[in-house]
Design a protein around this ligand. Structure first.
Ligand code: BV8
Length: 250
């Protein structure tokens, strides 16, 4: 089993997808074959689906909120929280997952690129997104403005990713790329875990890292859509391969 090439100046950027939470019992996007909990993805995870049938969307997200009550972080989530404690600001974790399991495992330097299942926000007023574990059969009205409808604080297909999040990621890459190893690489290692490499802009990160001279590793159960873009692909279950890959972190 390979470990990542750590030195005491290595910067580690990690991207996780649904596969890292699979062993915690959270259904992946891919295994659903595009039919999450019996719903067509577009129907429940797009602005069009929301406009057409907000109630169906809330039933879908309520079902997933209920599912979260039973799940816990696994050894892969915990290994990433451990590495963050060692590397500090030389570490950044970007997740496509909305299950908040990285935060529960103790990770703090986390960017939730696609939002968070346990937050809701108003479609109309400027009320900031707020922690919300409630489940809804009918579409809730915002208590603050009395007009808007509450929606899950999730980025749906066709919706923009938070600009500040993207800026934070590119700054991390830029800073790390300025430092070179003796072998001439950027002091930047990119590790993607449990993602099919289908959804953008997350799936485009490997390309950006390679362009600045960073090294890219994929830890996944099987080859992904963009496996060929990685320096190395380590196949296996996240709870087994991620702790081993991170063993040399310092
Ligand atoms: C954007 C929220 C700018 C929902 C999600 C046409 C019109 C509009 C947009 C587009 C377009 N064409 C392309 C786009 C861009 C679009 C996109 O990428 N589409 C894809 C489908 C082609 N992206 C967007 O719309 C993004 N916004 O681009 O804005 C814009 C705007 C308008 C027009 C153009 C551009 C927003 C994307 C965010 C979508 N929201 N989630 C929710 O989660 O409730 S994405 C959804 O897919 C989930 O977040 C999920 O995480 C994500 C990706 O899936 P993965 O995480 O990779 O999970 P998956 O199941 O696919 O794979 C799991 C992997 O794990 C597998 O490989 C498996 O082998 C592995 N695995 C399984 N078990 C294990 C394991 N590995 C290790 N161990 C195990 N045990």
């Amino acid at each position: 089993m390979h470990a990542l090439p750590f030195s005491d100046t290595t910067c580690l950027l990690v991207l996780t997808g649904a596969g890292i939470s699979a062993e915690s019992g959270v259904p992946t996007f891919r295994d659903a074959g595009g039919l999450w909990e019996g719903h067509d993805i577009r129907e429940v995870a797009s602005p069009e689906g929301w406009e057409e049938n907000p109630q169906t969307v809330w039933r879908f997200y309520s079902q997933r909120r209920r599912g979260l009550a039973k799940v816990r972080p696994n050894r892969a989530h915990e290994a990433l929280a451990e590495v963050e404690r060692k590397l500090g600001d030389r570490f950044l974790l970007v997740t496509q997952n909305v299950d908040a399991l990285h935060t529960s495992a103790g990770s703090e330097r986390v960017i939730e690129l696609h939002g968070n299942l346990l937050r809701s926000r108003c479609t109309d007023c400027a009320r900031p997104a707020f922690h919300d574990e409630r489940t809804y059969d009918a579409v809730p009205v915002c208590q603050e403005c009395g007009q808007g409808r509450l929606r899950p604080d999730i980025v749906w297909f066709g919706e923009m990713i938070d600009r500040a999040a993207l800026t934070r990621i590119s700054k991390f890459i830029e800073l790390a790329a300025r430092r070179r190893t003796a072998a001439g690489y950027a002091e930047l290692v990119f590790l993607a875990v449990g993602t099919s490499g289908v959804v953008f802009p997350a799936a485009g990160l490997v390309q950006i890292v390679r362009e600045v001279g960073g090294r890219a590793y994929l830890a996944n159960l099987e080859e992904s859509d963009n496996s060929h873009q990685f320096d190395e692909v380590v196949l296996g279950k996240a709870t087994e391969i991620v702790p081993a890959l991170l063993a040399g972190a310092r």
